[in-house]
Ligand binder design. Structure first.
Ligand SMILES: Cc1cc2nc3c(=O)[nH]c(=O)nc-3n(C[C@H](O)[C@H](O)[C@H](O)COP(=O)(O)OP(=O)(O)OC[C@H]3O[C@@H](n4cnc5c(N)ncnc54)[C@H](O)[C@@H]3O)c2cc1C
Length: 355
C-alpha cells in the first residue's frame, strides 16, 4: 500500500499548480492524468491582464498576476527552464473613436498600469491597422503544451505521476481519507477541467440550485504559416494572432456553447480565417487546428473547495477563459482552506451553489 497526503486527478494547469503548491509545502501526492485533450494543452498560453474587447481590466487581474508571476518563476527554477516570456500585445484600433476610448481607458486606475497611453503607428505592411495599435504592458505568454509535457516528465522522475484515467467508482472512503486501488490518501483534489461533468462526486450539478453550474465552452484555434507576417507581438483584432516561432501563428479562438465534442469544425476554421483576413493582408497557409472545452461556470467565476463539510473531496475547477493567470492564486486559496482552515473567498467557493 502506498500512502500519500493527496491524490490529484488531472494534469492541466489546475493540477500542475496545485501539485507544485503541495511540493512547496512539503506534502506528498500522486497525480493521475488520462491524457484527454484538456483546455490547457489547446490554450493560447496568454496571460493578459486586460479585456481588449471593452478596454477594461480582467476580473481580479492585479491579485492574480501578482501571484502568478513569482509562482511561474519558481516553477521555472524547479524545471530548469523558462516558463513565462514577456510578450507585447498590440490591439488594432479600428476608428478615431476607439483611439479616444483607448486613451481614456489608459488613464484609469488599475488600467494605467496595463495599457500604454501612447498609440503606436503600425509599421508592418502585412497588418491592416490604419488607426494604429494600443499596446498592453505586463502581458506574458507560456507554451502550455510543452510545459505540461516537461512537468509530466519531472513528476515521473519523482514517481509522482500515474498515466491513467481515474475510475471514480473504484474510490473508497476510509476512516483516514480515501483509498484508490493500492493507494491511500488523506485527501483527493479533482482538477479535471471539463471532465468534471463525468465525476459522480460533483453532486452540485444535480441539486435543484446547482443545475447546470458547469456550462463549458468549446474553443478552437487554427495554426497558420504566414512567412510575410513577421510579428513578434500578439496582434488582437476580431481574433488573436499569437506568434509561435518559425513563421507559425495560433489564431482564434472561437467560443461555442452547444457542441461539447473535441472535434475541430469547418465552421470555426472558416469563421477564424475570415476574421484573420480582415486583420492581415499577407498570404497564410492552414497547418493545423485544435479544439478543447474551457471549464466555464454559469456565473463565470472559479469553482474551488468542498461540496461537503468534510474536506476529503475537493475541486479545483471553473478556471474559465483565463485559467493560466488565475490558477496559482486559486491553488493557494484551496490549499489554505484544506490545511489551515482559511475560508475561500465566497465568490469562488463551490459552496455558493450548495443549498
Ligand atoms: C482554445 C482555448 C484557448 C484558451 N486560451 C487561453 C489563454 O490564452 N490564456 C488563459 O489563461 N486561458 C486560456 N484558455 C483557458 C484555459 O485553457 C483553462 O482555463 C485552463 O487550461 C483549465 O485548466 P484545467 O486544469 O482546469 O483543465 P484542463 O486543462 O482541461 O485539464 C484537465 C485534465 O484532467 C484530466 N482528466 C479529466 N478527467 C480525468 C480522469 N477521470 N482521470 C484522469 N485524468 C482526467 C484531463 O486529461 C486533462 O488533462 C483557453 C482555453 C481554450 C479551450
Amino acid at each position: 500500500m502506498k500512502k500519500v497526503d493527496y491524490i490529484i486527478v488531472g494534469l492541466g494547469i489546475g493540477g500542475l499548480v496545485f501539485s507544485k503548491t503541495l511540493r512547496d509545502k512539503g506534502k506528498t501526492f500522486l497525480l493521475f492524468d488520462g491524457a484527454v485533450q484538456g483546455a490547457t494543452k489547446a490554450s493560447g498560453g496568454v496571460l493578459n491582464p486586460t479585456v481588449l474587447k471593452r478596454f477594461t481590466a480582467a476580473w481580479n487581474s492585479v491579485e492574480f498576476i501578482s501571484k502568478a508571476v513569482p509562482f511561474y518563476s519558481s516553477l521555472a527554477k524547479d524545471l530548469g527552464q523558462d516558463v513565462l516570456r514577456p510578450t507585447a500585445i498590440h490591439r488594432i484600433l479600428s476608428s478615431v473613436e476607439e483611439q479616444n476610448n483607448w486613451m481614456v481607458a489608459s488613464d484609469k486606475e488599475v488600467l494605467s498600469r496595463f495599457l500604454s497611453p501612447e498609440i503606436l503607428k503600425n509599421n508592418n505592411t502585412a497588418i491592416d491597422a490604419p488607426f494604429g495599435l494600443g499596446a498592453v504592458q505586463e502581458a506574458k505568454t507560456m507554451k502550455p503544451f510543452a510545459l505540461l509535457q516537461r512537468y509530466q516528465a519531472f513528476l515521473k522522475q519523482q514517481h509522482q505521476f500515474v498515466q491513467e484515467t481515474f475510475e471514480h467508482e473504484l474510490l473508497e472512503l476510509t476512516a483516514e481519507g480515501v483509498q484508490y486501488k493500492d493507494i491511500v490518501a488523506t485527501k483527493i483534489v479533482f482538477a479535471e477541467g471539463a471532465g468534471v461533468a463525468h465525476n459522480p462526486y460533483f453532486t452540485i450539478d444535480v441539486s435543484p440550485k446547482g443545475k447546470n453550474v458547469f456550462v463549458g465552452n468549446k474553443g478552437e484555434y487554427i495554426i497558420v504559416k504566414a512567412p510575410a507576417l513577421q510579428s513578434e507581438a500578439i496582434i488582437k483584432g476580431p481574433v488573436m494572432i499569437i506568434p509561435l516561432g518559425d513563421d507559425l501563428y495560433k489564431v482564434g479562438a472561437s467560443y461555442g456553447r452547444d457542441d461539447f465534442s473535441l472535434h475541430t469544425t469547418q465552421e470555426a476554421c472558416k469563421s477564424i480565417s475570415d476574421k484573420l483576413k480582415k486583420m492581415i493582408s499577407c498570404d497564410f497557409e492552414l497547418v493545423d487546428q485544435v479544439a478543447a472545452i474551457r471549464p466555464t461556470v454559469k456565473d463565470r467565476k472559479p469553482l474551488i473547495g468542498c461540496i461537503q463539510k468534510e474536506k476529503t473531496f475537493s475541486f479545483l475547477n471553473g478556471l474559465g477563459t483565463r485559467g493560466l493567470t488565475m490558477a496559482p492564486q486559486l491553488a493557494a486559496h484551496l490549499f489554505n482552506y484544506l490545511e489551515e482552515d482559511i475560508p475561500i473567498p465566497e465568490i469562488m467557493d463551490i459552496k455558493r451553489f450548495v443549498h
